[in-house]
Design a protein around this ligand. Structure first.
Ligand SMILES: [Zn+2]
Length: 132
């Protein structure tokens, strides 16, 4: 960092000349430069994260109570709509063991039915007499 090195060099001259008050001002400026550099680094990281979230946002499609990433020939998902809408967090929701059309979010535990046409089969129940 050129500014930092220049301030350091000026500081050294002031220190050697016995200008302690000015030297301390330079030390203060060096700290401010370091703080600003850290802030810039943090903002760069945040900018990258927002860029990738924006890219994801543009590829998400809301369908059957969940988000899906639709690309040319494939569909990825489902992702929890609550976690994306509230926190911009793409959380893959887990398929139910007994009912594959139900999914549960491991993060917020929201349950959704992703296949509106799915009807569970009650294999343990006997059919009504009229069906026999
Ligand atoms: Zn969730």
């Amino acid at each position: 960092m050129a500014i930092f090195e220049e301030l350091k060099s000026i500081g050294k001259v002031l220190q050697e000349a016995g200008k302690i008050e000015q030297y301390q001002q330079i030390l203060g400026l060096q700290q401010q430069v370091l703080d600003m550099q850290k802030k810039i680094d943090d903002l760069e990281t945040e900018k990258k994260e927002l860029g990738s979230k924006l890219q994801l946002q543009n590829s998400l499609v809301y369908e059957n109570n969940a988000y899906w990433i639709k690309q040319e020939n494939k569909k990825d998902g489902p992702f929890c709509s609550r976690c994306w809408d509230v926190e911009k967090n793409a959380v893959r929701i887990k398929q139910g063991v007994n009912n594959p059309s139900f999914h549960t979010c491991p993060e917020c535990e929201t349950q959704v039915q992703t296949d509106p046409g799915f009807r569970p089969m009650f294999t343990s129940r006997k059919p009504p007499m009229s069906y026999l």
